[in-house]
Design a protein around this ligand. Sequence first.
Ligand code: URQ
Ligand code: ZN
Ligand code: ZN
Length: 464
Amino acid sequence: MTTIIRGGTVVNADRAFRADVLCYGDKIVAVGESLDAPHSAKVIDASGQYVIPGGIDPHTHMNLPFMGTVTADDFFTGTAAGLAGGTTTIMDFVIPDPKQSLMEAYRNWRGWAQKAAGDYTFHVAITWWDETVHRDMGTLVRDHGVNSFKHFMAYKNAIMADDETLVKSFRRSLELGAIPTVHAENGELVYQLQQDLLKQGLTGPSSHPLSRPPAVEAEAANRAIAIANVLNTPVYIVHVSCAESLDAITRARANGQRVYGEALAGHLVIDDSVYQSKDLEFAAAHVMSPPFRGKHHQAALWHGLQAGNLHTTATDHCTFCAEQKAAGKDNFTKIPNGCGGVEDRMSVVWDAGVRTGLLTPSEFVRVTSANAAQIFNMYPRKGVIAVGADADIVVWDPEGTRTISAKTQFAKGGFNVFEGRTVRGIPSTTLAAGNVVFHRGVLMAVEGGGRHIDRPAFTPVSAS
Ligand code: URQ
Ligand code: ZN
Ligand code: ZN
């Protein structure tokens, strides 16, 4: 299949320029003014629009078994929804149960992901430690294209990694040329605050943010950064939600430490007033960790993106329907944690970031695609409009509008944290691996059309 995208303005992380883009099969084969194309080529008119690299969401959970249930979106519905929003690659998580073989968990997730409509790749969580974990980390890097390992510092009595696990896994990651990532919340403090609130009979969803104040997140962010500093490893902090955590990253980076930060689209525009709603189902639908914060934290996160102390935007797409969330109707600690967003991230960041002048179009590409590609070693296959790159391309209509609603979304879960928000800046066409998978509201995602993306280690894999 040959496709020519004519008349648009290509926007990469470094510059914006007028050019046509010619795709052959799943690759970009030419970028330039007034390109020739075979008569048989499919022509996409991009005049008056931007032509940007397909979005990369570095943080999703499709088909996740969690807190006694499984997320509403599987790898087909979740990646299809992403394609509708301009996201052509997701980075999901293999999360072994404690004592479960990493390789067994990895095989499970690879099986679930076979149905993906868009490309996918996996961070692997280290939820326990022994010599088999040490061994399997090497196998995953050497033979399976894994170059990032996740550590949940929250979720005590479940998947929480203690300091011994953090230290051993960070050290092993360095040896292998992989990057450690963390969910930074002090799980011991969360647990204690949860028990205190329940003892006072405060069982509703409004207690969720009270059990996870910014200080609980910042302690863990500082601790992960300190461990990385002593062991001389890089570290990537997922879903940075508050100014205090951002300050820890900013300080470390100012000292030359290699620390990266991720902001969720939800944390950038939604505040903690949602937990005060009298509609407990509505409040429970917003239960995710770290929780939505007060408005001043959002301003800090935007400054973090502008200053280059936050590098990527993600969603942590982890959808549960109302019936699943109701598991916690008498005890907020039982509400499955997670919200959606994979379909809306890019429009929300464009509308709140570029349209307001906080970000340039190139900075938008940086934080929605290029930085994730570079940090996790998929660049320049992903994250840029250039010859040889995958033909993951979004024709972006900066003036187009859409009102976000669970009623019209492709994602499952029956709820949308951005409900009712009218965004300016939407995809008009999405190509994934050279195929048009979305055009002006019509989704043509193909189950199983996505590919697993290997990510090479950052240094030669050690012999061990
Ligand atoms: O903690 C995470 O990232 C997963 C379990 C999704 N849930 C959430 O509340 N963020
Ligand atoms: Zn998390
Ligand atoms: Zn997550």
